[in-house]
Design a protein around this ligand. Sequence first.
Ligand code: GLY
Length: 269
Amino acid sequence: MATVRLDQKQRALIRAIPDSYHSALANFFGSGPKDIELARKQHSDYKNTLEDAGISVVMLDADENHPDCLFVEDQAVIIDGRVLLPVPGHPSRVNEQPPISNFLVTEMGGAQVCRMSGDARMDGGDILRLGDLFFVGRSTRTNDLGIEELRDLLSHLGHELRVIDIPEHALHLTSIASTPTDEVILAPEGYLPKDAFGELPEGSRVIWMPEEETYGCNTIGLPGGKVLVAKGYPTVEKTLIELGLDIITLDFSEIRAADGSLTCCSLFY
Ligand code: GLY
């Protein structure tokens, strides 16, 4: 869950995969998608799984001019009913945003919407929420000006923001960490110092996973004790089961091929 608490997850926006998906950016987990039909099947399973968990899901049309358009998480930051529209950190992704912002403005009628401007840059994938505490990755996609705009919004809402430097071998903060519950951060060894998240609220903790299961650290906690996890990460699965969670595994290989993780493909609003 990137920017919403578990109890705020009722509706999700996703976006269809374009035929141009084979040209999506791929520099970290993947070397580029090869099988678009398989990617579409995995994406459809994702949609069905969210719906089976009681989430109402809307899918926007694909945009052939934007191979990465399915990664909607990067295009809007939704916090407590407010929307921050970032300037995405990769130039090829900036114009993915208008249909997403138009949809959110219509669906969240009356919501306060702020637009980032100037040299501020941010991908929504750099934001992580643990209860009411927020973390932002300073990455190749998110810069200090973007972080200050997010800080302004969070200060207004009374939430704390902590900045984490993302190493060069990772794309986003959520590529290497997630919050399967409002009290647990899952993160891999080998990317961040052990004190990266700082002192956490009482009852909360970071659980460190083996480096080879980095991709599996991106999970989506859902209401009712369920959690979505990518297939193929046994330590992550075992850890989540020991937390008493009901795991749902999805094969996401062709989404991973374009550096996409589970959270990248949805925006909860
Ligand atoms: N392929 C996802 C991204 O690089 O933004």
